[in-house]
Write a protein that binds this ligand. Structure first.
Ligand code: HEC
Ligand code: HEC
Length: 293
């Protein structure tokens, strides 16, 4: 049991312990491990002294550096408000044409407008504002209520069939359900309406039936949709002669619109969005329309 005996195959010293001829090598933990252990422990202790750390009964130890994330966040938010105010006041005060002519301001409108649209409008109108069944395409379809910026802002503020006392009303009558037109007349006017956007279909319909449909349209529909069926901004009745449909331009959907009526709801935003946001969204939507490919 000699101490400090050297093990021949490995060249290491042994501890001197021996069990049935098996000896234990003396291989201490490498120094570098001790070094890192001490370094990390020192760092940890120093850090807890410098930064907010130990919980107490009435609060916590705030650290010798006095770092406070809440103060940092408040400062960032305040700074953002100051930065924002520099352009929100301009959006508030300048008229639509002046803002639309200002490239820098319009860049801000495109960024903030996209975020506002994503948060508030995309659920119905789609992230690209191109609509989906039941919700109109705001980019490409002819506007129903008028595309003057003041009118669009007003549509967004008061909504359509919304909760605002000033809301716009859009009511496509239920000609079938409310028995305003006989079944054959509905079929005739529906067939006629379909030929307005798809003129090729006219060849497949009997000329008398087509004429009957046109007369029915003039008597029952033109008052809201216009003599030329191109829509009227007074009634919010859409153009029926183009490729854009809120509910669908195939025979079954047109029939559904005429038989059961329609009345989509566009929420009134006056209680949920600030006038600045509404103006931003108006500029954003009109910009999408103006710059569409
Ligand atoms: C709950 C679904 C819904 C949401 C959310 C919504 N809309 Fe609408 N919006 C509609 C419907 C439905 C219509 C068509 C109503 C009708 O004609 O009966 C419409 C119509 C419009 C129109 C009128 C288009 C025209 O042709 O005159 C504009 C502009 C508009 N929306 C903008 C917006 C903006 C901006 C937002 C976000 C702040 C928004 N909408 C959020 C459902 C929605
Ligand atoms: C009182 C006014 C009014 C009258 C009368 C009226 N419409 Fe409408 N119509 C509307 C309005 C408003 C809408 C839009 C409803 C909506 O978007 O929710 C509409 C929507 C429609 C649609 C759906 C369009 C789409 O984009 O999907 C069709 C189709 C239609 N009308 C056909 C007719 C026909 C055919 C008649 C006559 C038999 C008629 N309308 C009479 C006001 C009217």
């Amino acid at each position: 049991m000699a101490l400090g005996e050297r093990d021949k195959p490995s060249g290491q010293m042994t501890t001197g312990h021996e069990w049935n001829g098996i000896k234990e090598l003396n291989t201490p933990v490498p120094r570098v491990v001790y070094f890192f252990l001490i370094a990390t422990a020192t760092f940890a202790v120093t850090w807890t002294l410098l930064m907010p750390s130990w919980p107490g009964i009435n609060g916590y130890f705030r650290g010798f550096l006095g770092v406070d994330q809440r103060v940092a966040v408040t400062q960032t938010v305040d700074q953002a408000k100051v930065d924002r105010a520099s352009w929100t006041t301009r959006i508030d005060q300048e008229d639509f044409a002046a803002i639309q002519a200002d490239k820098d301001l319009m860049n801000i409108v495109r960024q903030t407008g996209a975020a506002l649209f994503g948060d508030n409008c995309a659920a119905c109108h789609g992230t690209d504002a191109q609509g989906r069944p039941g919700f109109p395409n705001l980019v490409a379809a002819p506007i129903m209520w008028g595309d003057d910026p003041k009118i669009v802002a007003e549509t967004i503020r008061i909504g359509i069939n919304g909760t605002s006392p000033d809301t716009r009303f859009a009511q496509m009558l239920a000609f079938g359900k409310d028995q305003m037109l006989a079944r054959e007349d509905i079929d005739a006017v529906v067939a006629y309406v379909q030929t307005l956007s798809q003129p090729d279909l006219a060849a497949t319909i009997d000329a008398d039936a087509l004429l009957a449909g046109a007369t029915l349209f003039a008597d029952n529909c033109a008052g809201c949709h216009g003599e030329d069926a191109k829509g009227m901004t007074d009634t919010g009745a859409p153009n029926l002669t183009d490729a854009y449909w809120t509910y669908g331009g195939d025979r079954a959907n047109i029939r559904h619109s005429v038989y059961d009526g329609r009345g989509g709801t566009m929420p009134s935003w006056e209680a949920r969005l600030t006038p600045t946001d509404i103006k931003l969204l108006t500029l954003y939507v009109l910009d999408l329309r103006a710059t569409r490919p």
